[in-house]
Design a binder for this molecule. Sequence first.
Ligand code: ADP
Ligand code: MG
Length: 694
Amino acid sequence: MKTVKLQVDGMSCASCARAVEKALGAVPGVEKASVNFVSKTALIDLSDAQTAGRSLIDAVKRAGYSARPPAKNRDAEEDRAARLALVKVTGTGALLFIGWLLGATNLVPTSVSTVMVIVALVLGAYPICLRAMKALFAKRLDADVLVAVAVIAASSVGEFVAAGEVAFIMLLGARLEDYTVRRARRSLGGVLSLVPANARVRRDGKEEVVPASELQVGDVVVVRAGERVPVDGMVRSGMASVNQAPVTGESMPVDKSEGDEVFVGTLAETGALIVEARRVGEDTTLARIAQLVEQAQQREAPIQRTLDRLAGWLVPAMLALSALVFVFTHDTARAITVLIVACPCALILATPTAIMAAIARAARAGVLIKGGQYLEATARLHTIVFDKTGTLTHGEPEVTHVSRFDEHSETELVAIAAVAEKMSAHPVARAILRKAAALGLSTADPSQFQAHHGRGVVAERNGQKLVVGQTGLMNDQSVPMSDALQAHVAEHHDEGHTTVMVAHDGKVCGTICVSDTIRARADEAIRDLRGLGVEKVVMLTGDNHRVAMQIAGKLGLDEVKADVLPEQKAEHIESLKRPGRAGVAMVGDGINDAPALAVADVGIAMGVSGTDVAHEAADIALMADDLSKIAFAVGLSRHTLWIIKQGLIFALVYNVTMITLASIGHLHMIGGAIAHQFSSVIVVLNAMRLLRYK
Ligand code: ADP
Ligand code: MG
């Protein structure tokens, strides 16, 4: 499957976006199209990669809009277009004002001032009427139709100045909205400006300054104190304290030295680094975050769909209401004013602008939320499930005890285990390999290797079978366990140490205990979540029950499910779901939690900076291993829903009041236009407060 992006121009509201979606959806080879009228982009999933971009663009054109591939320097282009539009609007406004002033003061013959007013009216009404015509041709009734009917009706009864002013205020309001939304959309794009323009590259022993866009993988760059890192890469030498806030959202600088990973856009506060480039340009973490966030802002929340459908009904209803007012009062001005204040613009804007701002705000804190629907689900969480290893604990356990159960020495035991574990990436395996290295052992490759997820490993070396893992695996592999051995394992488990058995040639030769530490602020994070109204905190682990209970006791968890295999984790998540209420989150480090992350209403992946940013199975990705960010995400989501509700309620009450005032003749046409635009601007500005959350 392929996803293409198009920039769509000429949309004035959400119902336009739905129309473009429909047109794109009808093109053969299109699986799904989602169009966001706030960001003015269409994301099109193609099942057939052969589908030509041309046919997509033509389809949009037929629906009455225009589309094109996203411009490279979209921001600059948009700014230019916005400036031009503003000049046109103010020009129209000035002409209208002067015409009215000259007319009112009788400084010139009436015919001259009337011509000026009419010219301004035509200039102002033209774009609105054009869009309304397009909508009508496509058999749609939208906000533009309401305004166009109002303006035409006003002109036809000779109210040229009023009609002109209404058109002018509508256009001016649209500019204001456009400006605010553009700023919000870019508040995140701004992080990309942290990528330095130039980089100091070391080539053939010489240092030269080259544009960052010319850097290539493998280049060696020098970063001095006070400079930003120009690539994602690995530190070759040097030492520095690096502020990684743009990528991970952590404000505390992190010390970096040889072998550490550094990210583009991060700032070396003190010290200097020699860095080998691993990823450059579009592939860097920061660039991918920006892409991901842009896509996320595109995916709308379910609440939005409902509102859009509602808006589709409102327009015809308001046309009917205005007609009724006219029939009963024979007052054209009143009927026109009803049309003007009836546009549900504020109602339509409330949700998408809030979601866009919230996603941008979260990204700045190192929390990537992959779509509006997850914000909505996160706000309603009742249960949070944590994986143990790598999530509640650091996932970097250390070997604490090695116990022998036959003639092999402790060092031999570690050596055997290390060979078996060499190909495994599991935290237990890494702990054993670190121990082997510390003992000065060099570990040979196994000739065969098989990982049993959630249980252990089975390997072969010199024709002998090696098994390392927990009791279940030993049973599966028919390795006998003595009573003494089982008692010994249980004892260590009670102390909170994960204990694995090491078998060589079908016989257990000993056990290795590893112990992991709980993350520093795990208890605080769980307390915060409870404070936010999360009812149940659960831990799921493949580890032994006794070990799990130790940790659960320290953190005060409500429920613990131990000895579960990765697939069973997913089943358990299903069982925690409550009918009709999305509200179960799974937090995992992603290594073997993918099925559970996918099944949960909200899958949250830990510490993904640098690795695979677009962590497939997760809905929310935390860039740093910081559990407190989960409470932040829940708090932000709740606040976002609250802001959306504020916007919707305000818009509804305001619109109804205005419509009532207009119907009973207490609101003039121009006052109506101003009042109407005022409500949209209030709603958008209120949503933008989310950018400064906490
Ligand atoms: P968690 O759910 O806590 O992340 P896992 O499902 O990855 O844990 O593993 C569960 C248990 O299986 C571990 O506690 C360990 O006893 C055993 N195990 C898994 N992988 C390995 C391995 N590579 N070597 C030894 N033991 C393993
Ligand atoms: Mg894990």
